[in-house]
Design a protein around this ligand. Structure first.
Ligand code: TXA
Ligand code: MG
Length: 326
């Protein structure tokens, strides 16, 4: 299977029904690229066992190829053929799968995930998504499916089929339209490699909920002098074209405004993540609101302060990356 980067291809629009599921799985088995909804964000899916198919993901996203990908499976049994689960990994999988958690574990000797999808690492990132549509495609495809977020590298993650097409129309073989995603933030990534579970990326499951299951604090990767072990966590990521100004009290003249909670600001280019101050609602609106403000072409978007607890940790992580110097 060869993906020619320079030639464009027609992107099939698939609907969320039996025919759409069957076609998505058929394309994946042929080594093609299919954008699929999950409960977190849309993923750009390909056969994880095929180096050529995975190379197509990196090419379509223009993603640096040192960045390893998450492989998606229909259930824990299938995941355990790919990776070695210690007691912590097993407890976390049983508590949160299917759902917005990714586990980075040592690759099993029976691991079929290609070297390219693992970026040559001895570990593998595994996730069992909960969205029934995603589960159905994974069952029908019958192999691990690699899927990073379905956006061009460094851009805002896609939470609807329209977002996917805005970035990738003509560069991928199909998009399966399952409507807007529920969580709106990528999965939480936890590495269980050496007995001390580490938080590699905050995400759809709050850290405190995970700590409740393992009965200890998660070490944060990169803290306390540890080398970061998730090479994909580039500082500038999720970047809109506009500059992003965080922890703002109010917009300056000409700035867009992304609010949170009740607010007095009556500004022209203003969206609110959650007028009620609900972090779950804010997470689900984050990427869509950023895209809607960004297409207005304003030089800067000012963002209200978001509390750091619960899903706020992951929301602030994405906002800091959006605001990082490029
Ligand atoms: O919610 C999600 O997780 C979405 C949906 C589509 O499932 N997927 C997603 O994948 O966000 P992606 O490729 O954008 O994020 C993968 C992250 C990267 O930061 C990468 O560095 C890390 O997972 N990762 C993957 N394999 C790893 C490994 N073996 N060791 C450490 N980090 C790894
Ligand atoms: Mg991404």
């Amino acid at each position: 299977m060869r993906h020619d980067l320079t030639s464009s291809r027609a992107t099939e629009r698939l609907s969320a029904d039996a025919a759409g599921i069957a076609r998505a799985a058929e394309l994946l088995r042929q080594g093609k690229l299919v954008a699929l909804p999950t409960e977190t964000v849309y993923g750009l899916a390909a056969d994880a066992t095929s180096g050529a198919a995975v190379a197509g993901i990196y090419a379509a996203k223009e993603r640096p190829s040192f960045n390893p990908l998450i492989s998606h499976l229909p259930d824990l049994v299938a995941a355990r053929r790919q990776g070695l689960f210690d007691a912590n990994a097993l407890a976390l999988a049983k508590a949160f799968w299917p759902g917005p958690l990714t586990l980075v574990v040592p690759a099993a000797s029976s691991c079929e995930v290609s070297e390219l999808a693992r970026a040559g690492l001895p570990s593998v990132a595994l996730r069992v998504p909960s969205l029934p549509l995603a589960h159905a495609v994974l069952e029908a495809a019958g192999r691990p499916i690699a899927a990073p977020s379905a956006n061009r590298s460094g851009r805002i993650s896609a939470t609807s089929a329209a977002h996917v097409l805005a970035d990738l129309d003509g560069r991928i073989d199909a998009v399966l339209d399952g409507g807007p995603t529920e969580v709106g933030l990528e999965s939480t990534i936890v590495a269980c490699l050496d007995g001390a579970p580490r938080l590699l990326r905050p995400g759809g499951i709050p850290r405190s909920t995970i700590e409740g299951v393992i009965g200890r604090s998660l070490v944060i990767a990169g803290e306390a002098g540890m080398a970061p072990i998730s090479p994909g966590l580039l500082a500038s990521h999720y970047a809109p074209a506009a500059q992003v100004r965080l922890n703002a009290d109010a917009p300056q003249p000409g700035e867009g405004w992304l609010g949170f909670g009740p607010q007095p600001h009556d500004v022209p280019h203003s969206l609110n993540l959650s007028p009620a101050g609900d972090l779950v609602e804010a997470a689900s609106n984050l990427f869509g609101h950023l895209r809607r403000l960004d297409v207005l072409g304003l030089p800067s978007i000012a963002v209200a302060t978001i509390p750091e607890h619960g899903l706020g940790e992951a929301i602030n992580d994405r906002l800091r990356r959006a605001a990082a110097p490029r």
